[in-house]
Each structure stands twice: as C-alpha cells, then as structure tokens.
Design a protein around this ligand. Sequence first.
Ligand code: NI
Length: 185
Amino acid sequence: MAILKIARMGHPVLAQKAEPVANPSAPEIRRLIADMVETMVDANGAGLAAPQVHVPLRLVVFQAPESRADEGLSEAERFDHTAPLTVLINPELELLEGETEGGWEGCLSVPGLRGFVERPAHIRYRGIDHEGAAIIRTARGFHARVVQHECDHLDGILYPQRMSDLTKLIFDSEARHFLDQTRKE
Ligand code: NI
C-alpha cells in the first residue's frame, strides 16, 4: 500500500468528468482502493475520490461515522445518518426530496479552507463495492453530504462551485467566527 499524492484545486484532473470503472475486481483497481483508503486515513479525511489522486475513474471511498451525525437522533434515523468505511464504484445518486440543508465542508484538494454549502438533504445512492456486490442506501445529514461531495468530484465539481454565498468560503483558522455567528442565528 502507498500514500498517494493528492491533486489540488487547479489541477485539470479535478475539473474533468471521470470514466466508469470497467472491471471493479481488476488487480489495479484493488490496489487503487487500498491506497485511497490509506491516503484518506492518513490525511484525516472523511472521503476521497479517485480523481483526487490523479486517477480519472468513477470510484470514491468515504465514511460517515457516528461522531459526525447530528445529536438526538433515533436509532432508525441514525441508520441513514451514518455509514461505515465504504468503497463505492460507478455510483448513481437520486435526490429524494426537494428540501436542502446547509453545512460546512472541507476538501483535501482545497487545503486550509472550508465553505458553507447547501445540498439536498435526503438522497439514495447505488453502486458496486470493492467485492463487486451491489450497494443501495438512503442517506441524510453528514452521510448525504459526504456522498454528494465525493460524487461531485467524479463530474469535475469542487464544493466552492456549489456555494451560493462566497462570503462563507473561509480559512479553517477563522472558522470560530462563523461558529459563533451560527449559534446566534
Ligand atoms: Ni473533496
């Protein structure tokens, strides 16, 4: 396994549409997945898309741990709000409701910054996992957000392009000012 170099905003690989993975069980895809997981964990990220490691294929890894889920959820709700470490190949997203939700996002390809992004709050996604098994899940909260963020990478979209208010594109080190403001609102 290896820790891969992460492409940063401005590199053309982040702006292009990625190609479907033809053979999810190919040895080179298995190696890529192992390296992406190691790279994501090393960088302390919640997700990573193949284009971020300079491979223009439709493959993402992500996790939505309990610690990132909203507080006070019922057990049934937590099911949609969390996901174990997941490999998702050739994903398809379906938006389930019109309502959107705002949340702060960061990206390993946009280091040092974070931005407030409105996204659909409830989605369903499908794809294939690292063993070739079908995945179909519904997602809400941070889980829905991380899947949409990672799948956007496969279409050449970075989160600042999803922002409606660029005054909320800020440095990590200044996030405390916005945290205070959000609490007052
Ligand atoms: Ni990202």
